[in-house]
Design a protein around this ligand. Structure first.
Ligand code: ADP
Ligand code: ASP
Ligand code: MG
Length: 406
């Protein structure tokens, strides 16, 4: 007898029929003699709908209240699934984040889980129930409802799996595993049977939304086995596991595209010690994480400073940078959110030269201009015009031979 954590994403619980389908899967796992903790997302489109309501009423809605608002989406799907199971004679109980004691910090709309106090989960399992936890939400030390950022139900599931020492954390979604590129963008994308935590972490942080980044970080830290698979088929999905368990490392394992990026340029800043720190400190204080940074050679003691941020942080980044420009007597602030970041990721890049240059050549052949570049040991990213997003993914995917069997 094993303990399964099964997370069902928005599409998987997107209608009453689909909720019935999820109930049938849970029933099957139970019939095979296993215990199940299910973690659910809101029905597809619901989180966006709720966010839209809040934003219609205010340009900068209070984040605490947005958390109260959007967390209701998961409350609905958790209750509907529990009702379905109970109607079929399977004892079930839904638990909201606070009831399941998913403790977080107080960073509303992007809280981090600090602890899962699992007594109540274990108690319900001990009573022979299926426990259904509302994903994406938790509670801070002061008792406020928090949410974990878009895609956060993946993280709820992995945190719970770690806390209860589940045998596996199954992530049920609308594709049947992790692919070499987004299968909805790149028709030749191939499902991989296994991928290392490290590669998955890069893919997730570079735009492959199939798993939230934080869920992969937690899985890596607590050695939680993740199985990404489809709720619409019985096909084996992708196992995300430790590096040495994965197949021989390929040079490039996947291609991703992050569309939620924006470029900020602060013109004509003084080129002297302390200026860069003076720009990025206030951004950090406002919780804006900066990704790529470019500073050019100065002419006449002044230079342009360009950096990228997530579009979610753009309004705050703009406010901070404009205030700084006025204070420092620098030039105008230019904002460009018509950009995307395409990346290639692979453990094998550590030991292979010429991978980045091949990427640049493949993009150049298509006439795609590269506006900024960043690299790490196992990835290279290029900032390009948004209109090239899909083209770039396909060209890099096929150019690195990812569609073929290896
Ligand atoms: P859920 O609602 O189940 O959490 P998401 O929409 O968050 O599902 O994530 C699944 C989606 O991730 C897929 O429909 C697919 O378009 C996208 N995706 C992006 N990159 C990849 C990839 N490399 N492999 C698989 N899916 C990917
Ligand atoms: N419902 C939330 C979202 O749409 C969380 C999730 O689905 O994982 O981002
Ligand atoms: Mg998701």
């Amino acid at each position: 007898m094993a303990l399964f954590v099964q997370k069902y994403g928005g599409t998987s619980v997107g209608s009453l029929d689909r909720i019935r389908n999820v109930a049938a899967r849970i029933a099957k796992t139970r019939a095979e003699g296993h215990d199940v903790i299910a973690v659910v997302s809101a029905m597809s489109g619901e989180t966006d709908r709720l966010l839209g309501l809040g934003r219609e009423l205010s340009e900068r809605p209070a984040e605490r209240e947005m958390d109260v608002l959007v967390s209701s989406g998961e409350q609905v799907s958790a209750a509907l699934l529990a009702i379905t199971l109970e109607a079929q004679g399977i004892p079930a109980q839904s638990l909201m984040g606070h009831q399941a004691r998913i403790m977080t910090d107080s960073a509303h709309t992007k809280a981090r889980i600090t602890r899962v106090a699992d007594e109540r989960l274990r108690e319900a399992i001990g009573e022979g129930r299926v426990v259904i936890v509302a994903g994406f939400q938790g509670i801070d030390a002061a008792g406020n409802i928090t949410t974990l950022g878009r895609g956060g139900s993946d993280t709820s599931a992995v945190a719970i799996a770690a806390a209860v020492r589940a045998d596996v954390c199954e992530i049920y979604t609308d594709v049947d595993g992790v692919y070499t590129a987004d299968p909805n963008v790149c028709p030749s994308a191939r499902k991989v049977a296994q991928i290392s935590y490290e590669e998955m972490l890069e893919l997730a942080s570079l735009g492959a939304k199939v798993l939230q980044i934080r869920s992969v970080e937690l899985a890596m830290k607590y050695a939680v086995k993740i199985h990404v698979r489809s709720s619409f088929s019985d096909a084996e999905g992708t196992m995300v596991t430790g590096e040495d368990e994965s197949l021989e490392s390929v040079v490039v394992a996947g291609v991703t595209c992050d569309k939620k990026t924006a470029k900020v340029t602060l013109r004509m800043v003084k080129d002297e010690p302390g200026v860069v720190a003076g720009v990025f400190e206030p951004l950090a204080e406002q919780n804006v994480s900066v990704d790529m940074i470019i500073q050019n050679v100065a002419i006449d003691g002044r230079t342009d400073l360009t950096f990228t941020v997530s579009q979610d942080d753009l309004a705050r980044a703009k406010d901070v940078t404009e205030a700084l420009a006025a204070k420092m007597g620098s030039g105008e602030v230019l904002i460009d959110d018509d950009v995307v970041k395409v990346s290639i990721v692979g453990l094998g890049m550590r030991s292979h030269a010429g991978v980045a240059s091949k990427m640049f050549r493949l993009l150049a052949k298509e006439g795609v201009n590269i506006q900024a570049i960043t690299t790490s040991e196992i990835k290279t990213s290029c900032l390009i015009g948004a209109k090239y997003a899909e083209l770039a993914v396909r060209v890099l995917h096929d150019g690195f031979g990812l569609g073929q069997e290896i």
